[in-house]
Ligand binder design. Sequence first.
Ligand code: AMP
Ligand code: ZN
Length: 491
Amino acid sequence: MTAEKKNARLKIFNTMTRRKQLVVPIESGSVRMYCCGPTVYDYQHIGNMRTYVWQDVLRRTLEFDGYKVKHVRNITDVGHLTSQADSGQDKVEESAKKRHKTAWEISEMFMNIFFDDTETLNILPPHVSPRATQHIKEMLELIKKLEEKGYTYVIEKDGIYYDTSKFKHYGKLTGMSFDELNKYLKGGARVELVPGKKHITDFALWKFSPENVKRDMEWDSPYGKGFPGWHIECSAMSMKYLGESFDIHCGGVDHIPIHHTNEIAQSEGATGKRFAKYWVHGEFLEVDGKKMSKSLGNFYTVDDIIKKGYSWRELRYALMAAHYRSLLNFTFKALDAARGSIERIAEFIRNLSNITEEGPENKGIRKIVDSAFGRFVGAVNDDLNMPKALAELFGMISKINKEIEKGAVKKDDAKYIIDAVLVLDRILGLKLEEFAKQGVVPEEVMKLLEERRKAREERNFELADRIRKRIRDEYGFIIEDTKNGEVIKKA
Ligand code: AMP
Ligand code: ZN
């Protein structure tokens, strides 16, 4: 066994091999991961966010395990068509027309909203967020390589296409043979046959701008004026920043049969090397048994949820608490349950922070903490088993709460417990340290805060302001009102 394999801890379900596998990175000590990012033609909904949240947990787990992670997540700002068949409209151009803006303005606007939303949910920013429109040169170079190797053909007045029958193991990610996959796509009417396409699985690498139409986004190329296909973007950008072979490639399950299958055909066709070692796919967020999606109109944005009075933390928790490979049905009841869970953790940390009584170290308590900690870390490293990890955390909270009631937890033990929870929070990303800071707030201030909250609810802002001043002058705490509720700090 190599040292690298011996040190590896994380097991993840690899769609390519259809089993859980130990993640052994190509390069010792570091992991290179690529996640397909948003198409910036509209708001991303909380279904999309579910995907970015579990990818964030994956990255945090790898970092927790001691790896240096290079995380790339692209921005698709051109080339994603409304139809999977290479025949529909460009989503960004279409949205721009509807909104009487240019495609450049639309993509810029929704990209920035997306960045804000991910920041709100405390999703770590990727190291590189490449935009498709800034990598046309790399895409054309890749297309040229594929052309030289005989993978391409031209459909007049349409575009440059990839002949999927030429790639030896086309469709291997789906576990289907070439014929089976062709039948599957035809049968499910997932893709209609564009005139001139040799196989239903063939796809556009480069689309020509339609005659008599001036697109906002189009580029000259050796083949004619046009724009790239969606799949070539991810092949070109991932290989530019992570190399021809890298460790982990992520996306939603919808990417398996077409987008990722085509990325593999392009990248491996061009380089002759294995593209990504582990393919990780997460399930959908649904509403009443249907995928949450823009086209069905059954979606909520992060902003919608916050406006309804939930905090970012509650939303992150609700999206994260289910296993990433299980379908998750979105309900407000689930958000209420998340609120309860967060409050339970917060109360636990606040109570511990308020313990001031000194005493000897309690070995029994430390044992409860250490074993729960170990099982939590074991669970996330076992294919990101978040339901089990959270159950371990709450199991520990119940046990320790009993000890607190008995008065058995002293100051040093309390600090030990809080520190352990905050270390686990490096994986959870819930900013739990904010509750530890709140813990030292005296009981009287907490009461005044409650009165101030009530005053604000009744829109008695004058009284609310007076209470705020009293808290500052008499107790030395400042209150800041944020969109996630008030934050209290030492002045
Ligand atoms: P898009 O902007 O449509 O390209 O999607 C961005 C990411 O969100 C992709 O990884 C999709 O697989 C994922 N996604 C789309 N809809 C959902 C959903 N309802 N639940 C979870 N992930 C989704
Ligand atoms: Zn992609």
